[in-house]
Write a protein that binds this ligand. Structure first.
Ligand code: ADP
Length: 446
């Protein structure tokens, strides 16, 4: 069992991890930038260390400062949360070199699954269906054109190091591919310092369905079923739910088994998410694996009754998974709305600023994972997500009603937020009838 953990993150996920640690009797060390010096999560940690100025590169991404903070405070482990350093192999390696437990997978598994081209290879070896596409990175334009002809347009050019919906280009013909390839390479180089790209067939109107898995160092691995994250804008998730409302039992079982095969193939430890696209014929294709806890993990927690952060901490402390797969069951339906400080009427541009009024919803089946309060100033330096509203009920119809009620109760003023956008989606006939896919939001709403 771990005794003292440093949380190398901020905001709602820092608070979420601190809460889990407090319940487990684990001491916590929070870190913060100068912009976050009054953040409420700091008050709940046993210690708090300032790691630099507001800019991410100088604080939350500054590896020497974070490692120093862990050493000064005698933290034996670091939980990276999501974003920032969570998928940074160099950081995980330095933690290991310094004798600090990284709450996450080993360096080798991270390397294998973190690179999307390498992950496709792991998937193929594990007999997990992948989206038809290139076997490795694309070497040149000629190879790309030949491959596109073979798999058929439309195709999508993706960055091997990609994430957060960046470095992707959908192209419909040879001319589009020529320019898309160059643009995707440039974008990937700028965003990730790696211009390696690959091709995939563009699946038309799929659903995004991902499986939550957890593995320990003794080789045990279990899944916690799936989440449907088809409500996206610009490849970024807005609303997630579990279970996926269109999967039948045999497909669900096959999907979850496929995710476990991939995880076992890479000797994985800790939490991972295996992402798939599911097409109209219920065929599923692996797209990528995320080697961290995800933003949307609470929906899985609500339907399975398992605290996933606690599982990560137990496993990092050397415990084995002592539950059987058949003991993990789905109960009811859960949904999460991401509340971002963005203006839906102005192309979802970020809206930082001071919150003058803040009223959080509550009541039966409502969970709010947030970190702001009245008087808090949202910094332009960080991600615009300020809260996650999670609802758990017996049925999807009840979830939608409760979510709408809770969204209407949620007051965050005067900053603009995605609350009205979420309400519009939840009220849309096609969403209610569940006739949606990853293009639904952009095609019909925003
Ligand atoms: P990122 O790591 O940037 O999130 P992903 O590979 O997970 O990128 O893809 C994000 C989203 O982009 C998917 O949920 C889906 O909406 C879309 N997408 C990715 N690959 C394809 C594809 N081959 N066909 C259709 N849509 C895709």
């Amino acid at each position: 069992m771990l005794s003292r953990v440093l949380i190398a993150n901020r905001g709602e996920i820092a608070l979420r991890i601190i809460r889990a640690c407090r319940e487990m009797g684990i001491e916590t060390v929070a870190v913060y930038s100068e912009a976050d010096r009054a953040a409420p999560y700091l008050k709940l940690a046993d210690e708090a260390v300032c790691i630099g100025p507001a800019e991410c590169a100088a604080s939350y991404l500054n590896i020497p400062r974070i490692i120093s903070a862990a050493e000064i405070t005698a933290a034996e482990a670091i939980h990276p949360g999501y974003g920032f350093l969570a998928e940074n192999i160099n950081f995980a390696r330095i933690c290991a070199d310094c004798g600090i437990t990284f709450v996450g997978p080993g360096v080798e598994a991270m390397r294998l699954l973190g690179d999307k081209v390498a992950a496709r290879e792991v998937a193929r070896n594990a007999k997990v269906p992948v989206v038809p596409g290139s076997d490795g990175a694309i070497k040149d334009e000629k190879e790309a054109l030949k491959l596109a002809e073979k798999i058929g347009y439309p195709v999508i050019v993706k960055a091997a190091a990609g994430g957060g919906g960046r470095g992707m280009r959908v192209v419909h013909n040879d001319m589009g591919l020529r320019s898309g390839l160059a643009a995707a390479k440039a974008e990937a180089e700028a965003a990730f310092g790696d211009d390696c790209v690959y091709l995939e067939k563009f699946i038309v109107e799929p659903r995004h369905v991902e499986v939550q898995v957890m593995a320990d160092a003794a080789g045990n691995a279990v899944h916690f079923y799936e989440r449907d994250c088809s409500i996206q804008r610009r490849h970024q998730k807005m609303i997630e739910e579990s279970p996926c409302p269109v999967l039948d039992e045999p497909t669900r079982e096959k999907l979850c088994e496929a995710a476990l095969r991939l995880i076992r193939q890479s000797n994985y430890v800790s939490a991972a998410t295996v992402e798939f696209l599911v097409d109209k014929d219920k065929q599923f294709y692996f797209i990528e694996a995320n080697t961290r806890i995800q933003v949307e993990h609470p929906v899985t927690e609500m339907v399975t009754g398992h605290d996933l952060i606690k599982w990560q901490l137990r496993i990092a402390g050397g415990e084995t998974i002592n539950i059987r797969q058949e003991d993990i069951r789905l109960r009811g339906v859960a949904m999460e709305c991401r509340i971002n400080a963005e203006d839906p009427q102005n192309n979802f541009s970020p809206c930082p600023g001071r919150i003058d009024a803040y009223i959080v919803p509550g009541g039966f089946g409502v969970r709010v994972d947030a970190f702001v309060h009245q008087g808090w100033t949202i910094s332009p330096n960080y991600d615009s997500m300020i809260a996650k509203l999670i609802v758990h009920q017996n049925t999807r119809a009840e979830v939608i009603e409760t979510m709408k009620r809770a969204l209407r109760e949620f007051v965050i003023e005067p900053v603009k937020t995605t609350i009205p956008a979420c309400l519009e989606i939840l009220s849309h006939n096609l969403f209610v009838k569940n006739k949606i896919d990853t293009g639904f939001v952009e095609r019909t709403l925003f």
